[in-house]
Write a protein that binds this ligand. Structure first.
Ligand code: OOG
Length: 251
């Protein structure tokens, strides 16, 4: 466990300095990786941050193929990494950021078990989002435990205007644009085969690590398309059919 504590400190430092680190040499499993993630988040909360929600990763085939990883993963979203819709975002402190379009759910109740995720008031609203991911590992290369330990590469998230949740609209067109050019297009149906499964999946993974999802938190359901490098000056915009759009500019 000492080594795992050290890994959390190394990843925390890498995120704060924007300097990539080599992958750990030690072997550790997924359960240990979630312990590292918890410790990494504890360090942030100790510095005054709070949790705004959680995220899923590798929920679409496009992302799994891009990264060569095959299981759904779960990460935590510090409130300080929120990006206001329409704002300018300083990306100079990041290592090698990428962006990806997301479906975002607003939780309408506390979810302590996968059964709670099926309650009619579990989702209060839905929005289009953009996640900024930034692996703290050199060359954006990692094993499944490595990326879990690194809080699933989470680095920032922007959420568009909240919309009423209409569960019958689950298979919607998604585009990611950079500088008014479409760089990826897909469908929300690519997320777990149906994005309505995302909340139960998040509840299952949260329960495994002894975590409760709180009312008012957000859930990023995982990118529906591969990720795209984010360079300074880029104007990023994501749109989901019927949900509207969200944008920001990197500086
Ligand atoms: C891990 C994060 C993946 C998603 O939506 O699939 C993710 C990574 O690709 O570095 O957030």
């Amino acid at each position: 466990m000492t080594d795992l504590h050290r890994l959390a400190a190394v990843l925390d430092e890498a995120a704060r300095t924007g300097r990539a680190v080599p992958r750990p040499e030690q072997d550790y499993d997924v359960a240990d990786a979630y312990r590292v993630q918890e410790e990494l988040i504890r360090l942030r909360l100790e510095r005054g941050d709070r949790l705004a929600g959680v995220k899923l990763g590798f929920t679409s085939e496009g992302k799994r193929r891009q990264m060569g990883v095959h299981d759904v993963i779960f990460g935590r979203l510090p409130a300080s990494s929120a990006i206001a819709d329409g704002s300018y975002v300083d990306v100079s402190g990041l290592v090698h950021p990428r962006v990806e379009p997301e479906v975002v759910y607003l939780l309408g109740r506390r979810i302590a078990s996968p059964a709670d995720a099926l309650a009619p008031d579990a989702v209060a609203a839905v929005a289009v989002g953009v996640e900024v991911i930034d692996s703290r590992y050199e060359d954006f290369r990692f094993s499944l435990p490595d990326v879990i330990a690194d809080n699933t590469s989470a680095a920032g998230y922007a959420v568009g205007p909240w919309q009423p949740h209409d569960p019958s609209r689950w298979n919607l067109g998604v585009v990611l644009e950079i500088d008014d050019r479409v760089v990826h297009a897909g469908s929300t149906g690519a997320i777990l085969g149906d994005p309505r499964r995302a909340l139960a999946e998040a509840a299952r993974l949260a329960a495994q690590v002894g975590m409760v999802l709180e009312e008012g938190w957000i859930l990023l359901a995982g990118a529906a398309t591969p990720a795209e490098p984010l360079l300074p000056g880029a104007r990023v915009r994501a749109e989901i059919q019927h949900l509207g759009s969200v944008s920001f500019t990197a500086k």
